[in-house]
Design a protein around this ligand. Structure first.
Ligand SMILES: [Zn+2]
Length: 318
C-alpha cells in the first residue's frame, strides 16, 4: 500500500478544484462575475429555519453566511434543485477514473470511524451512502459487517460490487431494503445536502432500534477554517452548501429525534496552517513542520479542543 501524504492529496484536490472553478464561468454573468440569478434561490438557516445571518465572504462565485444563533455556515443564495442536479450530472457522473481511497490517510480515518460505531453497535448490516469505489465498505466487510452501498457513479458502483458488496446505483429514496440497517454511514456527503433534516429523517427510518448514523463532515468550528476563512478549501462556493458547527449539528439531530453518542474531530491541517503562516499558498507550501502550529499548538491540543478539520459523529435514536 502506497503512503500518500496529506500534502499530495491536497495538490490533487487543488488541481481538480481549479479545473472545476474554471468550468464554472458558464454559471456566471460576465458583467458582474456573480452566478446567474436564475440558478439561485434564497433560504433561511437550514437548522434554525430563521434568518439571523451575517455575511462572511464570497468564494468562487458563492456567498457564505453564518447563522448567529447556531454558528452554521451556509451558502445563501444557493443553487436551486435543478441547477445543482445539472451541475452534478455534468461534473461527476462522467468521471472516467475510479478513485480508490486506499491510502493510509483514508484507511486511518475509516478505521477510526468504524471503531466509533463499534463502541455502540458491533455487528450487522452497514450501509455507506455515497460509497465511491467501496474503500470504507472493504474495511467494514473485513471486520465482519454485511456491507451495502449506494453510489450514483456507475463505474465506481460496478467496482465496489465486484469486491463483494451489495451496491445500489440509485438514489436513496429509490431503494427498497429488505432488512433494517445497524449502521448507516455518510463520509463527506452530508455537507452537500441542502435539507439535512429531510435526509436524516429518511435515514432514521432504515435503522434498527439500536442502529446508528455515522457522519464525517467538515467542521465550521475547525481552526483551519477559522484561520484561512475564504482561502480554506472547505468553502467551494457550490457543492459544500451546509457547513455545520457542533452546535448546529446537535440542534439538527435533536430535531430529528437523534442524539449524539460520540463526537471526535480528525485531520489537524497543521501543515496547511503553517504554510499560511509562512505567507505561502496554504495548500502548496513547502512547510515540513507537521508537529505544531508555529511551535505553539500541537495535533493533540487541536483535537482536544474539537477544532480538527472534520467531525466524526455517531448519532442514535432518542
Ligand atoms: Zn441557525
Amino acid at each position: 500500500m502506497s503512503v500518500r501524504l496529506p500534502k499530495e492529496i491536497h495538490q490533487e484536490r487543488l488541481k481538480m478544484h481549479l479545473a472545476n472553478v474554471a468550468d464554472r464561468q458558464k454559471y456566471s454573468d460576465p458583467e458582474t462575475g456573480s452566478f446567474f440569478t436564475s440558478l439561485l434561490e434564497e433560504r433561511s438557516c437550514p437548522v434554525c429555519h430563521e434568518n439571523h445571518e451575517q455575511f462572511l465572504f464570497f468564494k468562487d462565485g458563492g456567498s457564505y453566511v453564518k447563522c448567529t444563533q447556531c454558528d452554521m455556515i451556509y451558502l445563501n443564495p444557493v443553487f436551486n434543485d435543478s441547477a445543482i442536479e445539472n451541475h452534478y450530472r455534468n461534473n461527476h457522473d462522467c468521471q472516467s477514473e475510479i478513485v480508490e481511497n486506499d491510502s493510509d490517510f483514508y484507511t486511518n480515518l475509516y478505521t477510526k470511524g468504524l471503531r466509533a460505531i463499534e463502541t455502540i453497535v458491533s455487528e450487522g448490516n452497514i450501509l455507506d451512502i455515497g460509497c465511491s469505489a467501496g474503500g470504507f465498505l472493504d474495511i467494514a466487510l473485513s471486520c465482519g459487517w454485511k456491507s451495502y452501498g449506494i453510489e450514483l457513479n456507475e463505474k465506481e458502483a460496478d467496482y465496489a460490487l465486484q469486491k463483494g458488496h451489495t451496491i445500489y446505483n440509485k438514489l436513496l429514496h429509490e431503494v427498497t431494503f429488505e432488512q433494517k440497517m445497524d449502521a448507516v454511514t455518510l463520509w463527506d456527503v452530508f455537507e452537500h445536502l441542502k435539507d439535512g433534516y429531510a435526509y436524516l429523517t429518511q435515514i432514521k427510518e432504515l435503522l434498527t432500534d439500536n442502529g446508528v448514523i455515522f457522519l464525517q463532515i467538515p467542521s465550521a468550528d475547525s481552526l483551519a477554517a477559522k484561520m484561512l476563512q475564504e482561502k480554506c478549501q472547505m468553502f467551494d462556493g457550490i457543492e459544500h452548501v451546509n457547513l455545520y458547527s457542533f452546535k448546529a449539528i446537535e440542534k439538527l439531530a435533536l430535531e430529528c429525534g437523534l442524539s449524539i453518542l460520540s463526537y471526535e474531530t480528525v485531520i489537524s491541517e497543521i501543515g496547511v496552517m503553517n504554510n499560511y503562516l509562512s505567507y505561502d499558498n496554504p495548500y502548496l507550501g513547502g512547510t515540513t513542520n507537521l508537529q505544531s502550529i508555529a511551535g505553539l499548538i500541537d495535533e493533540k491540543a487541536i483535537h482536544e479542543a474539537k477544532m480538527g478539520y472534520k467531525m466524526q459523529l455517531v448519532l442514535g435514536k432518542i
